[in-house]
Design a protein. Sequence first.
Length: 428
Amino acid sequence: MRVKKVGMAPRFRHPVFFPVALCLLLAVVLLAGCGKDGVTPETAEAAVPVMVAAATRGDVEAEIDFTGVLEPEMVVNVVPKIGGRVAEVRVKDGDRVEAGDLLLRLEASEIEAQVAQAEAGHEVALANLEKTRAGARVEQLEQCRAGLQMAEAGYDEAERSFNNARALYEEGIVPKQQLDQAETQYIIADAQLKQAAEELKMAESGATAEDLKIIEAQVSQAAAALQLARTQLADARIVAPISGTVSGVVLNPGEMAGPGTPVVTINKLDTMEVQVNLTEKDVNRVSIGQEVDVLVPSVSKEPLPGKIHSISPVADPRTKTYKLKATLPNEDGRLKAGMTATIRAVIDAEKDTVVVPVEALLVQQGRQVIYVVEEGLARRRAVTVGLENGTAVSVLEGVDPGEQVVVRGQHYLQESGKVTIVEGGAKQ
């Protein structure tokens, strides 16, 4: 834990100074006493050298530190819906992208052909619907018969291609993308065959209400096949799902991208996150929404402002710890993922209180006391203390702001004994 103090006197940098100063000062006093008539070392009252610090009014805050690692607030692995050969890579690691920006493009000539075929099938279905509603002529009957023959031939070819692709895929010879394309062509050819057969049937017998419903259903089926082909074409363009910074680009043009395998990672770095683990002793000492200091030594000597974003209500069954996440802004981009960061959270505080160094506090005869210097004399004060830490202590009663409290040499003092200040405060 750490304590935040306002207006405290500086700490002592030389721990060996006080014993040396004490010995020298006592020697000077004794020698001076020996040079005066009628005064001996036994009768002279030597002033005890002390170091003091001024009591101040401020805040005492007890803090606790948790160390973790910086991570982006959000990380999205971009996974293609279809596989295929990479035609173009638009980004590299470190690039900034916006949601919807193109990242990679897969080769799509076969899919484009499927789209064109599906568009034609849809147009034919619409035309057949209009023709059915208007009634058939002799030349239309011939066209329907020819259309059925073409549809049968196309269906046979699509069925044979689909069966071959399925067999090759099961043997691991062709990728899933090729099987999907063959299946799409088979579905389209099947729809076109059924449509051609119904068209000929209605042309020969005349359309009924039920026939019209069938034709309308075929139009819907052709529209669905067209939408499927267009969706596959759109999936060949891999775009950024969120705005962020690119990492993890490993593919080059000409290489194969597999469905379900990440090809790019998008990191949201405008806000960073520190994740730490809390013990059951500490989990209830902090709260969601609490402001904290985040120390990132590799970026700044000063703490950065952060806030506790979430605390897991359930302990990890393996580590028995609770996951805490704190967020902090990163508009300038200085914070990088993987940097070590320490969360410093206030767990207790006393505001607008009298603050003295913890070294000033003594226990004598079972009571807590502090010595203050008044007009060159030591005055013992019984005190009531509040929040205490290894650096400072809050004094609730017994000492006022501005008084000089003894922080070194107090063990040699007694009430009303003479003192001389060797460091800190005003010399008396």
